[in-house]
Design a protein around this ligand. Structure first.
Ligand SMILES: C[S@@+](CC[C@H](N)C(=O)[O-])C[C@H]1O[C@@H](n2cnc3c(N)ncnc32)[C@H](O)[C@@H]1O
Length: 218
């Protein structure tokens, strides 16, 4: 698969795509200190998934080797060709067949409706600009089968003033390099998306790593 021209209606998404095509070159090195902690979480956070799964914003493919055997097929979607290239290198370690798809989570033009049993997205919505979050979430709803489930992991601002100050110090770096922000209203957007019902929320660490789980009811 070569670098494809994909339908990307939003300028801010195009900026983020260009950013990730550069960040991809050093993403795994830059993210390594955080990945030391994430890699302990990933197997647990993917527990219970089964069937045909879509991972949106797959990045460099850090989840690929942690999917449980009950997952029969994975579609790994990302709009950055360079990030997907790195993810593809991890395909050997994957626990199921993987189809890599270069597409915008806000359009998912290449994906059929009602195909997936699960949609997973870790640290995607904190990157998605506020004004396009509902479009990506609407796509999640479209591609999920009725009764299909979703699990999102996001980072948010802490209410603890000490942690908040630390996040404030990091925020400009995080936005510049990852296009990510701590102040996205993802949970509210999910709750406002027709077809998506939130069934559980919990913090994985402090009050900063938020897991949002739900089901598609249509
Ligand atoms: C912070 S990284 C997280 C990567 C991975 N999920 C992980 O847990 O390590 C965000 C990823 O989402 C992708 N991304 C951001 N906005 C996207 C969009 N609108 N459509 C598809 N991929 C997107 C980026 O290219 C990047 O690979």
């Amino acid at each position: 698969m070569g670098n494809e021209r994909i339908d990307m209606p939003h300028e801010k998404n195009r900026e983020n795509r260009d950013r990730y095509n550069i960040t991809a070159w050093f993403y795994d090195i830059l993210d390594y200190p955080w990945e030391l902690q994430y890699r302990k979480w990933r197997p647990r956070l993917l527990e219970g998934l089964r069937g045909d799964v879509l991972e949106a914003g797959v990045g460099t493919g850090r989840n690929l080797r942690h999917y449980p055997p009950s997952v029969t097929h994975l579609t790994a979607l990302d709009f950055s060709f360079a990030m997907l290239q790195r993810a593809r290198r991890r395909a050997q370690g994957a626990t199921c067949p993987v189809l890599f798809v270069q597409d915008d989570a806000c359009t998912m033009a290449s994906l059929a409706s009602e195909r997936y049993d699960w949609v997973v997205a870790f640290f995607l919505c904190c990157v998605l600009p506020e004004e396009v979050q509902h479009e990506a979430l609407t796509q999640f709803s479209r591609v999920l089968r009725p009764g299909g489930k979703f699990r999102l992991l996001e980072m948010v601002y802490s209410k603890d003033p000490v942690l908040r100050r630390r996040q404030d110090r990091f925020a400009p770096f995080v936005e510049k390099v990852y296009g990510a922000r701590f102040d996205r209203y993802t949970l509210a957007h999910v709750r406002n998306t027709p077809g998506l019902t939130v069934t559980a929320t919990r913090f994985i660490k402090h009050d900063t790593y938020l897991l949002i789980e739900g089901v598609c009811e249509k």
